[in-house]
Design a protein around this ligand. Structure first.
Ligand SMILES: CC(C)(COP(=O)(O)OP(=O)(O)OC[C@H]1O[C@@H](n2cnc3c(N)ncnc32)[C@H](O)[C@@H]1OP(=O)(O)O)[C@@H](O)C(=O)NCCC(=O)NCCS
Length: 229
């Protein structure tokens, strides 16, 4: 991935965060595996600094600060697809409505052909079957790749609110990626509907999950931002 891709992705993230400033944020790409440090990840930033990431109990990435404790004011999400790895991050100010961030890459080819069609029939809802041709702009497999990446990015965007929830609650909030469904394809930034994750989002105080999307070669990239009510 070149600088231009990273700039486009960073500007997509900024647009999604814009009502809040936007805060310091960015998207970094690298070849898959480059950031791995055992179970941790070391993601170099353009500023010359680096983010050291650990995993929480649900395998979601969380930033480690210099005293080796988790820094929940830095929202971070990772994805890797074939040869490409991406990291989105944002430092949100206290009181911001932004509560979570998710990023996901999906390969168009996984949703094409007979194998893709079988997978698509199993995974997507009626609404998503209707939205995929619009999302893909004539490329149906791309439309499905966007819809898939939207589900995964939305799921990931709830990781930080969930982590906070478990600091003070015993009750488990269970949902999976299929609980998220695209609401519309008319805007550059659609909203993921809550579906069966409704209850969990209500308990977490999350009102909306906003989405932004772009292509990266033959891949669909989606960024999701979870906002408090
Ligand atoms: C989390 C999930 C969406 C990741 O998608 P994927 O296609 O496997 O992988 P991607 O390349 O897009 O993303 C991988 C990154 O996701 C992140 N990730 C993993 N689990 C996560 C979680 N629960 N929340 C947020 N991010 C998570 C990790 O950073 C991982 O990269 P890393 O291992 O290098 O740190 C997928 O594994 C999933 O749906 N898991 C099911 C979990 C589930 O349903 N749990 C139910 C209980 S709440």
């Amino acid at each position: 991935m070149g600088m231009a891709d990273a700039e486009r992705a960073a500007s997509l993230l900024e647009t999604l965060l814009t009502p809040d400033g936007p805060p310091p944020c960015g998207v970094t790409f690298a070849p898959t595996g480059l950031w791995a440090q055992g179970d941790r990840r070391l993601v170099p930033l353009e500023s010359g600094r680096a983010l050291l990431l650990d995993h929480d109990e649900r395998e979601a990435p969380v930033r480690l600060n210099t005293s080796d404790s988790w820094d929940d004011t830095l929202l971070v999400s990772l994805t890797d697809e074939e040869e490409t790895c991406a990291c989105a991050w944002a430092r949100v100010p206290e009181g911001s409505s932004v509560a979570g961030l998710g990023i996901d890459l999906a390969s168009t080819q996984d949703f094409a052909g007979e194998r893709g069609a079988r997978f698509n029939r199993l995974l997507f809802t009626q609404r998503e079957h209707e939205l995929a041709p619009i999302l893909g702009g004539g490329n149906l497999a791309l439309g499905y790749a966007y819809a898939f990446a939207a589900k995964e990015a939305a799921f990931k965007a709830l990781a930080a609110p969930l982590r906070r929830w478990y600091q003070t609650h015993q009750e488990e909030l269970l949902f999976d990626v299929r609980c998220f469904e695209l609401a519309d394809a008319n805007h550059e930034s659609g909203t993921a509907r809550k579906g069966q994750a409704q209850r969990a989002m209500d308990m977490l105080g999350i009102a909306t999950i906003e989405l932004g999307r772009m292509t990266l070669g033959d891949k669909a990239l989606t960024i999701a931002v979870a906002r408090r009510a």
